[in-house]
Structures are given as C-alpha cells and as structure tokens.
Design a protein around this ligand. Structure first.
Ligand code: URP
Ligand code: ZN
Ligand code: ZN
Length: 463
C-alpha cells in the first residue's frame, strides 16, 4: 500500500477554497484533514505544499495526437503529447479517434487504441469522430458507449474529408440521445467557405492571413445555430467544440436561455491570440492557422464574458501541432494547404492562471471548473476525476501561483518547432503533478515513465 501526504496547502476545487492536508492511499484520495488535524499515520512520501494550492489535475477534452490531417500527421504522438501535458499540469486528455470514410467505427477506434497503448504518461480517453453515419455506424455507437466512448464528434466543415451532411448529423444526434452519448460539433458551414477559399486563391490571395478572411464568423454562427436546432429536434444534448466567435456564442446563449442542453468550449488561442497574428511578416502567420480561425481581438472579451457567465463551460486546447519546417511550410504557396492546428496541451493552465485568475477575469475556483471539473462532468469522468474528494483518483497538482516563467519552444516539451506564445512571461506553474498518487513531474523534472497512463472508460452523459 503506498501512502502519500500533501501537507500544508490550500485546497482549491470548483466550489471551495480551504487549508487542508490531503492523504493518498494507493492512488486515490483517502482523507482530507483540516488545518492542523493531521493524521496519526505514517506516509511513504510527504509533499510540502505550504504557500501553494492543491488542485485537481487538468483535463484537456480536445486533443489530436498522431492525427493524419492536411497531408501530414500532427507532430505529437501519445508519448510526447501526454508528457508535455503532464509538464503543464494536465493529468487526463480526451483525444479524437477517427473513422475513415467507409470503415466501421471499430477500425478507427482500434487504430487509436494501438497508437496510445503503452505510450501515455497520463490517463487518456477517446471521443469518436464519425465521418460516415449509416445504419452500421449508428448501430455501432451503442457498443462504443458500452466501452466507455461516450461522445462522438461530427464536422460541418472540411467538405470531402471529414464533413457529414445534416441528415447524418441528425441521425447521429437522435442515436446519441437514446444511448446517453454527447455529440461534439465542429460548427462551421464548410461548403460556402470552400467557395470563398477558391475565390481568394484565384485572385492570388494566398498568404496565411486569408485563412481567417475566408472563414468569417457568420459561417460559425450559422453552423452553431443549425447544430442547436438539429439537437433540439433530435432531443439530444450538444457540445460545440472550439467556439471562437461572438456571434456563435450568441447562439449558445440564446439556446441556454431557452433551457436547452447546449454546451460549449473555447480554447486559449481564441482568448489570447487574434487574426493580427496571421498577418505576421513573411510566412510567420502560418503558426496561427487553426480552424475556426483566430478572430478580431475584441472577441476575446466576449469569450471571457461567456466563461464568467457559464455560457461557456470548458477551456480545452484543440492541441493539433504541426512543425513550421516540413509541415506548415506545405502551405508556402497557398494558405489552403497549411495544415490546420496549433500546439497548446502544455500551456493551457499557464495562460489561464496568468491571463485569467491573475488578471481578475475568473476566480481560482472557476479556473479549476473550466479546466478540470466541467470537462469531467460533461464527459463522464466525474467524480473519479475533476475534483478533490474522498475516493477520487489522486490526479493532483501542487500549484505555485507566484512562479514566474517564460513560454518558449526551447523549454516547453511539445514536439513542435515553435510556440505561438514565444517569449510571453507567465506567472503560475505546478511544482508537483501527481497521476494516480504518483509524482510524475516535480519542479519541471519528469519522474514518470511512458505507459503509466491508462485508458479510461467514460460514463454516459449525466447532466
Ligand atoms: O485547426 C484545427 N482545429 N485542427 C484540428 C481539427 C479540428 O477541427 O478540430
Ligand atoms: Zn474541429
Ligand atoms: Zn480539434
């Protein structure tokens, strides 16, 4: 039996902040002792958390590791991506397994299990991307739910690649409603966007900045509205992934005000970067090509407001890194060939603590909620993960709220040759990251080993 005590810290959950010692036995939280009430028990390991916060580990509900996309493959695999996540205080990820068109879901899922097994530093789960909704895959959804794959993503964008039509989306939603699954929507109307992209290229407008110009927010607002209507017709909940724009948010607010089970996440890139980055000199703008695109700066405040008012419930990363060399440069002659995606799995908590909590935009409790508790609740991981409670997995952070550091590709651990936040000074970092009670990162040093992370079967949608 292994026993660890985290002593003297301030516990922060989504609802409470209090001084306590946290005792861990065999990977789970066994007891929480009030200030000075310490247990009459000996521990193998004691971690001094005096002056620090003890929080549930981050849960990143949106990553793309080892994903074939845009003629190449995202540069982090399950080994490197989860190690980087652990360094940044994330102790679970939910990655997207992909069904290739014409294949059963099972084949895509098996492929992702094979990519992850024995590789991960932290726990992982899967959503399933459906690119072909038919009688067979509708049936299969039920079996996947039994195996703990309880959410399915569909795309309104990327015609001919990932996009499914409204009939398929509607069928998928109906089925999700029946079996307790959650549909995740990429809500951008891809068909007119492809027309705009073709027209821009025909005019010789090929620089990275045209990526955002050819994907106006109205396409996301329309997709969001349509997804909400389809979900309402199907009687199913819906979760909008990577919401980036003011008008898309308005659709979510309107739906939630009507009491619909509509949920949405945004990502750090939409809170901290803008379409101005896409216009950086030379080909530098390619670093910031992701979909939906970065938006005008003023929309950042709309998203922060959405987080404060709970219209946005989650901040995940959409971590989908591609190196500038050999990958982003595929689009040197045309922005449409730049692989879409940005690195972020390691920097999410740093940015949200520094730019959210320290700037007074969100409380510490809301920080825990949007980075851990809410994704755990929405995606069937709660209360095993996402909180500090007796019996929960001891996936924990000892967080130094005052630690200054500079974000740089030289010191971050993601396998990518740039950082979108290069040179940005942030305050706040974990001194200890625990996965199942074991310290996997201590003061920036990785102490875990590949394969420590386990596949997690998630529960059905329960909100
Ligand atoms: O640019 C992005 N977001 N790449 C990953 C694929 C997606 O749509 O989530
Ligand atoms: Zn997407
Ligand atoms: Zn994504």
């Amino acid at each position: 039996m292994s026993k660890t005590l985290i002593r003297g810290g301030t516990v922060v959950t989504a609802v409470d902040t209090y001084k306590a010692d946290v005792a861990i036995v065999d990977g789970r939280i066994a007891a929480i002792f009030g200030d000075g009430a310490g247990p009459n028990m000996t521990f193998d390991t004691t971690i001094d958390a005096t002056g620090k916060y003890v929080m549930p580990g981050g849960i990143d509900a949106h990553t793309h590791l080892d994903m074939p996309f845009g003629g190449t493959t995202s540069s982090d695999d399950f080994e490197t991506g989860t190690l980087a996540a652990a360094h940044g205080g994330t102790t679970s990820i939910i990655d997207f397994a992909i069904q290739a068109k014409g294949d059963p879901l099972r084949k895509g899922l098996d492929t992702w299990h094979a990519k992850a097994e024995g590789q991960a530093a932290i726990d992982y789960a899967f959503h399933m991307i459906m690119t072909d909704v038919n009688d067979g895959t509708i049936e299969e959804m039920g079996q996947l739910v039994k195996e703990g794959i309880t959410s399915f993503k569909m795309f309104m964008a990327y015609p001919g690649v990932l996009m499914v039509d409204d009939g398929q989306i509607f069928r998928g939603m109906q089925r999700a409603g029946e079996i307790g699954a959650l549909i995740c929507m990429h809500a951008e109307n891809g068909i007119p966007l492809d027309v705009l992209i073709g027209q821009a290229i025909a005019k010789g407008n090929t620089a990275p900045k045209y990526h955002s110009i050819t994907r106006p927010q109205i396409a996301e607002a329309e997709g969001t509205h349509r997804a909400i209507c389809l979900a309402e017709m199907a009687g199913a909940p819906v979760y909008m992934v990577h919401l980036s724009a003011e008008r898309a948010l308005k659709q979510v607010v309107e739906a939630r005000d009507r009491g619909l089970p509509t949920y949405a996440e945004t990502c750090p890139q939409y809170l901290f970067l803008s379409d101005e980055n896409l216009d950086e000199p030379g080909f530098e703008g390619a670093k910031y090509v992701c979909t939906p695109p970065l938006r005008p700066k003023h929309m950042q405040e709309d998203l922060w407001r959405g987080l404060r008012t709970h219209d946005l419930q989650v901040v995940s990363t959409d971590h989908c890194p591609f190196c500038m060399k050999g990958q982003k440069e595929l689009g040197k002659d045309s922005f449409a060939k730049i692989p879409n995606g940005m690195p972020g799995v390691e920097t999410r908590l740093y940015l949200l603590w520094d730019g959210g909590v320290r700037q007074g935009r969100i409380s510490m409790n809301r920080f825990v909620e949007i980075t851990s508790t809410a994704p755990a609740k929405l995606f069937g991981l709660y209360p095993k993960k996402g909180t500090i409670a007796i019996g929960a997995d001891a996936d924990l952070l000892v967080w130094d709220g005052e630690k200054k550091h500079v974000l740089s590709d030289k010191t971050l651990h993601m396998r990518v040759d740039y950082s979108p936040y290069e040179g940005r000074e942030v305050v706040g970092a974990p001194t200890h990251v625990l996965s199942h009670g074991r310290v996997v990162v201590e003061n920036g040093k990785y102490l875990g080993k590949k394969g420590d992370g386990r596949f997690v079967q998630r529960g059905t949608f329960a909100l």
